[in-house]
Each structure stands twice: as structure tokens, then as C-alpha cells.
Design a protein around this ligand. Structure first.
Ligand SMILES: *Cc1c(COP(=O)(O)O)cnc(C)c1O
Length: 395
């Protein structure tokens, strides 16, 4: 045998008698079988065997099991981004002629996927007012197949009455999918919510952008879909394989590493965001501060009914004396809060939005809006940064 062949057929085997804390990073496109019979009989759908890198490795199956545990689900599937997890749910469950319902404050790119890509396949997306369960009921037709939920809404952070929305969906026997990125499996139990009259209610599916808090590093894109329903899981798993939704082993390693400290980071970012949101209320030019755990914020009571924690995000609506250009200058003046999308990482971020252009329905939030995502810096340093930037409103 030549040396180059020997290098490939080296005698390495995972060492026995070695155990360490991290999950091993198993990399594979090809998975090897001892014989043809094994190749023909192995099943990946129920995770009883390994057949091809795209269908899972010990490393991806481990992260999926941990995400399912975190979420209180039974099954999880990884996707290459949070958006890809949304696309997976839509692709698995919808066919030409079907309708899906989205909250008007849903994550924007998920709405865009529905309006542009699903529309080309003859699937109709409609929005409902997430703060009005009777509006959801009005939007349901015999063609409705899937209802998305998001708690709280993207950017504007209104927290809906999840049990009430789920009750409407249950009456119509509709499949429900929650974007639970904000809750990260920690803020409330998506699969076990307190319903009316002591009943328990849960979503059928939840999705996560693992990109945010679970990774925690602002360095990886990944998503997950979770469910307790095995039939639904298998349907999603087949679509997942057909879409070719693979994830890289090293990215999985990053998320596994981040998960260990998720609850500590989440609690710290929650606390810091509440402290800052409360203080920002007293600053000039502020019409309102949006944060589900702040009394008076839209959906505060609904959050309180189901929630035990909140993510490190708050949005500030500025008043009529602070036009968009002044608010942009304020954001430009920030030093520790950097300008950039996404959240859940170590660095605090700020993004100005024009909410009206993102909504199909009228919203009470008409002033310029900035979403602040709190990182892991010291709270007093962040407060100093906010107050020095706020000085631009005076000039
Ligand atoms: C970021 C985000 C997503 C998408 O995640 P990516 O990994 O960036 O694609 C989906 N939903 C919500 C609520 C998000 O914040």
C-alpha cells in the first residue's frame, strides 16, 4: 500500500477509556456501513441509525436532543438558520391552494418568504392582528392550514394572549407554529401553557433561531424546529432531507458550547434590559418603551400570565419632537451599542426601524423606533452610553 493510501486508511478508532465534557465533533458527508445489509436496513428518520451526513451524525443528534429538552418538546430538527427553520415548516405543511396566517408583527423575512416564494407556489399568506384573537378567528377560512404565532412580536415586542390564540386554532383544528426565538425555551413553556379553566394548551411546533441566545456568540447561524408530535416530526424530517437542510459539525459544536451557559446569559441579559428599559422611560423624547415585562407595555398582562423571564430586548418609540433624522443621529452617536442586526450575543446592538412600512395593518406605534438588544457589558456602562447619545436630541 502506498503511504498516501495508508494515511487515509489509518487505524484511528475513537479511544476507549477517554471521557471529556464536550460532545465530540463527528464530521461526515459519507457514513460507512459494515456491509450492504446494514446499508439497506438503517433508518435515520427515527434517529436509530446513521446513513449520510445530511441525515444526521452523533453530534447533530445530540444537539437536537438538547434543544428538544430545553423546549420541553420530544423531537427537534436543525436547520441552517432560523429563517431556514421557518421555511422548513412552511414547505412541509403547505400545498397549492392552502392559506397560512401570520401575525402582522411576525419576523419580517418569514413574512417575505410567504409573500414572495410561497405565493409563486399558489399558497396564500394572510395576516391577523396578534393582539385580537377575534381577528384571528375572522381570518380563518376552510383553506387555512397553518397559523404562525410569535411572542412577543418582532421589533414592536407586543406580547399576545397565546392561550386565547391557541384556543381559536384548536376550535378549527389548525396546526400552530410558534417562533420562540425570543423565549429561547426559558421565558415560557410553549408546549405547556396555562389555558382557560385550568386546561393546558401547547403549540404543535416551535422554531428557534439558535443564532441568537443558544449560540450566544454572534458567530453562527442555525435554527431548529421542535415538536411533541411524532407524526408531524417525521413529516418535517422527510421534507428536511429533501430540501438538503444540512448544518456544519463545527457550527453545531459552537451551539452546544453556547447552550451550557444559556440560562445564565439569558437571566443576565433579561435583568440588564429591564434595568435599562425602566431608566430610558425617564429620558426626554421618549413616547414609550416597549418591553413585555414593563407594566404598561402592550401585552404586559399576557406576558405575566405565561412568562417567568424575558429576553434582553426593548424598543423605544420617540415622540413627535424627535423626527427620524434626529433619532438616526442618536443611534450614530452610540459607542457601546453598535449598529447591526440579530441579537443574543455579547455585544449590545441598536437598530432604527420605521414600523409603519413593516406592517399591513395600522399600528399605534407611529413614531420613529429603535430596538435595543442588550449584550453582556456592565449595565452602568451601557446606561452612560445611552445618556451621552440622548444628548443629540437637544441639539
Ligand atoms: C433572528 C430571527 C430569526 C431568523 O434567524 P436567522 O438565524 O438569522 O435566520 C427568526 N425569528 C426571529 C424572531 C428572529 O429574531
Amino acid at each position: 500500500m502506498t503511504r498516501s493510501t495508508d494515511l487515509i486508511h489509518h487505524p484511528y478508532r475513537p479511544p476507549e477509556g477517554f471521557e471529556s465534557v464536550p460532545v465530540a465533533v463527528h464530521k461526515a458527508s459519507t457514513v460507512l456501513f459494515p456491509d450492504v445489509a446494514a446499508m439497506r436496513s438503517r433508518r435515520w428518520v427515527d434517529k436509530s441509525g446513521y446513513t449520510y451526513g445530511l441525515h444526521g451524525t452523533p453530534t447533530t443528534f445530540t444537539l437536537e436532543a438538547r434543544i428538544a429538552t430545553l423546549e420541553g418538546a420530544k423531537h427537534a430538527l436543525l436547520a441552517p438558520s432560523g429563517l431556514a427553520a421557518i421555511v422548513l415548516v412552511d414547505s412541509a405543511l403547505l400545498s397549492a391552494g392552502d392559506e397560512l396566517l401570520l401575525p402582522d408583527n411576525a419576523y419580517g423575512p418569514g413574512k417575505d418568504f410567504a409573500r414572495h416564494e410561497l405565493a409563486r407556489w399558489g399558497i396564500v399568506a394572510k395576516t391577523y392582528d396578534p393582539m385580537d384573537p377575534s381577528d384571528l378567528r375572522r381570518q380563518i377560512t376552510p383553506r387555512t392550514r397553518l397559523v404562525w404565532l410569535e411572542a412577543p412580536g418582532s421589533v414592536s415586542l407586543e406580547f399576545p394572549d397565546l392561550p386565547a390564540l391557541l384556543s381559536v386554532c384548536r376550535e378549527h383544528e389548525l396546526v400552530t407554529a410558534l417562533d420562540n426565538t425570543w423565549g429561547a425555551g426559558l421565558a415560557f413553556d410553549a408546549f405547556d401553557l396555562p389555558g382557560p379553566d385550568g386546561a393546558r394548551l401547547g403549540v404543535d411546533l416551535s422554531i428557534h433561531a439558535l443564532t441568537k441566545y443558544p449560540s450566544g456568540g454572534a458567530d453562527v447561524l442555525m435554527g431548529a424546529v421542535c415538536t411533541r408530535d411524532t407524526a408531524l416530526y417525521e413529516r418535517l424530517a422527510h421534507t428536511h432531507a429533501r430540501l438538503g437542510h444540512g448544518v456544519g459539525a463545527q457550527d453545531v459544536e459552537l451551539v452546544l458550547r453556547g447552550l451550557d451557559s444559556l440560562h445564565l446569559r439569558y437571566a443576565a441579559q433579561d435583568q440588564a434590559a429591564r434595568t435599562l428599559a425602566e431608566r430610558v422611560r425617564g429620558l426626554p423624547g421618549v413616547r414609550r418603551v416597549l418591553h413585555p415585562a414593563l407594566p404598561g407595555s402592550p401585552g404586559h398582562a399576557q406576558w405575566k400570565a405565561v412568562g417567568r423571564a424575558a429576553a434582553g430586548l426593548f424598543s423605544v418609540e420617540f415622540d413627535a419632537h424627535s423626527p427620524g433624522a434626529k433619532v438616526d443621529a442618536l443611534v450614530d452617536r452610540l459607542r457601546l451599542f453598535r449598529i447591526g442586526y440579530s441579537w443574543g450575543g455579547p455585544m449590545s446592538l441598536a437598530v432604527p426601524y420605521h414600523l409603519a412600512s413593516m406592517r399591513e395593518r395600522a399600528t399605534e406605534i407611529t413614531g420613529p423606533l429603535v430596538r435595543f438588544a442588550v449584550g453582556l457589558e456592565a449595565v452602568d456602562d451601557l446606561w452612560d452610553d445611552l445618556t451621552q447619545a440622548w444628548a443629540t436630541l437637544k441639539s
